[in-house]
Structures are given as C-alpha cells and as structure tokens.
Design a protein around this ligand. Structure first.
Ligand SMILES: Nc1ncnc2c1ncn2[C@@H]1O[C@H](COP(=O)(O)OP(=O)(O)O)[C@@H](O)[C@H]1O
Ligand SMILES: NC(=O)OP(=O)(O)O
Length: 317
C-alpha cells in the first residue's frame, strides 16, 4: 500500500509551539518512530509536513535584518523551510529505520505548487504563521501594516495569504522517486506557491499554502492509496469543546461533508483537514484518516482515528 503521511505543527515543534532547532529535532525524532513502523510494515511511504511556525519565524528574521542584509520574499522563506525541515526529517528517519534494522533510500524534494494569481486568498489573509503574541503586542504590528488574528487561548497570530493549491508542479520527480523505492518528503509547507505565466515560466508568489489541502493533491498525483493526516487529537469530533463532544470513527465522505457544512469544524485548524480528506477520497483515494501521531500505522490500516471512505458500504470492511 502507498501511504502519504501529513505531519502537523505538533509533530515538528515542541508542545508549547517552540520552534528552536533543538525542539524541532526532538519533535521530528519522535514523529519518525511511527513513520518508521509504517515503512517496516512494508508500505511505500511519502511524507509531507507543515511549516507555519518555521516560516513565520523566518519572515520575522528577514524583517528585523532588512537594514543589514537584503530581505527575501515569503515564498523564499517557504522554500528555505522545506530544506531545513527536510534535512531534520531525513536524519531522524534514518535513525528510526536503523533502530529497526532497516535501510531505505530517502530524499526531500523542493516542491512547487501552482496557484492562481487572482485567488481571493491573496486579498483576504487566512493562514496563521509564526509565534503567538498578546493582543497588545499584536496591535503594535497591526499598526505597521501586518494582519493579526485572535487565535483563542494561545493569543494572537499573524495571518498571511493562502491561495488554493491547484497542482503539484514537481509531482513527477516525486513519483519517480517513490516508484523506485525512496521514502520521499515532498510538498512541505503546502509547496512553494507559484504562478505559471502564459509563456510557461514559473515565479514564486508571497503566500503560504495549507499543507493539508496540498496533501490531498499530492496524494492523488502520486497515486497514493491512503492519506493519513497526523495532528494532536485522536479523532475529529463533533460538538468540539462542548459537553456533547463526540469522536468520529469510520465515516463516509457524504456524512463528513454534511457535518462540515453544518459548521462543526473550525476554519484554520480542523476545517482544512476535513476538507483535505474529503477531496482526497472524492478524487479517487481509497481511504483517508485523521489521527494523532502515535496512531499513524493503525489509522493507515483504517483501525484508528477518524477514517473516511468513499461510501458507507466500504466503511464496514
Ligand atoms: N471538530 C474538531 N475536532 C477535533 N479537533 C478540533 C476540532 N475543531 C478544532 N479542533 C482543533 O484542531 C487542532 C488541530 O489543528 P491544527 O492545530 O491546525 O493542527 P496541526 O498543527 O497538527 O496541523 C486540534 O488540536 C483541536 O484543538
Ligand atoms: N503550511 C502549513 O499548512 O503549515 P502548518 O500545518 O504548520 O500550519
């Protein structure tokens, strides 16, 4: 079975959201244990990952250093996060595989994702990145022209443009690597947002793509059977945060869509994950799951987390 695992922020940073190099190395080391189990079970594994904390931090560094060295645009920051996170993931994966007596070739691919320059996401920023600040700290930066949003208990967070991913431009090399036995890290941070000009040339644009939505596209482009979105909750819930909260187990895509339309899933967190698993299954994927890090292998087998299947009949398999 070919499985795409999408790793969320909790798999890449410390529990308090800290994105220091050491915190990232430790978090990724833990995340690669269940991924190595998946490889050990004989599956072909593709990895993708978020970059919200990292790309936000890089942007701040650029802005602070602008008087000293030339700042780079947000798409460059995204490309840089693919490299550093890919580097950390490959190192950790090798160790986890070696501990199981396994060796597999692995590669992290700089991946571009096509977006539409006229996407409304460019005029209404929605993607939270970087660190959390208090309302007072955030208001100072709003005064400097940045967009910040109240993200609840943890505070305020900067939001940037997040256009819809339309196509994984580097799907072909990613697929060639998977076909030849590599564990591939691709589409990190949703892919570097790019516009394809009428003459075929490609240029980056300043935005951060939602990695779950791009994972749905990457999964289909690589003919993945199962998409697993790993986050910090065991399952998708209805009535989330209320006394009536209930975890969803096996669910068919129509049922999940109806719950999404009823407003059960928060935008900017569970909303895009639910949309991504629906899109993946609706476009031909056999199964998709949302689970926590430790359930990756069981969720890939349809035995843990919220498991989404094309029809109610197949959900009883
Ligand atoms: N209906 C829901 N069911 C489960 N979790 C939800 C729901 N709505 C919002 N959430 C929140 O979504 C979070 C996961 O989204 P997010 O923090 O964006 O994940 P990641 O960084 O792993 O991609 C959970 O920690 C949970 O607090
Ligand atoms: N690009 C992206 O979706 O990153 P996070 O998952 O870290 O928010």
């Amino acid at each position: 079975m070919r499985v795409l695992v999408a790793l969320g922020g909790n798999a890449m940073t410390a529990a308090d959201g800290s994105a220091s190099p050491q915190a990232q190395i430790e978090a990724v080391r833990e995340a690669m244990e269940p991924v190595a189990d998946l490889v050990a079970s004989g599956h072909e594994v593709v990895l993708t990952h978020g970059n919200g904390p990292q790309v936000g931090n890089l942007l701040v560094k650029n802005e602070l250093a602008a008087a000293v060295v030339p700042p780079v645009p947000l798409d460059w920051c995204g490309a840089q996060t693919q490299a550093t996170i890919g580097f950390v993931v490959l190192n950790a994966l090798e160790v986890a595989l070696r501990r199981r007596g396994l060796r597999r070739p692995a590669a992290a691919l700089v991946t571009r994702t096509r977006v539409d320059g006229a996407d409304p996401g460019f005029t209404t920023p929605t993607k939270p990145i970087g660190r959390y600040l208090t309302v007072d700290e955030a208001q100072v930066l709003v005064g400097h022209g940045q967009t910040w949003q109240d993200r609840g208990e943890r505070g305020w967070r900067r939001v940037v443009a997040s256009p819809e991913p339309l196509e994984i431009l580097d799907a072909e090399p990613a697929r060639a690597l998977v076909d030849s036995g590599y564990v591939v890290v691709a589409g990190g941070g949703g892919g570097i947002p790019c516009i394809v000009e009428p003459d075929g040339s490609i240029r980056g644009v300043e935005a951060v793509i939602d990695k779950d939505l791009s994972a749905a596209l990457l999964g289909r482009a690589l003919q993945v059977d199962v998409l697993v979105i790993a986050t910090d909750v065991e399952a998708v819930a209805t009535g989330f945060g209320s006394p009536n909260q209930r975890s969803l187990g096996a669910v068919d895509v129509a049922e999940l869509r109806a719950l999404a339309e009823a407003g059960e899933f928060a935008s900017g967190s569970m909303g895009p994950k639910v949309e991504a698993v629906c899109r993946f299954v609706e476009s031909g994927g056999s199964r998709a799951a949302i689970c926590n890090l430790h359930q990756i292998a069981a969720a890939a087998a349809g035995e843990a987390g919220t498991v989404v299947q094309p029809t109610a009949a197949t959900s009883e398999e």
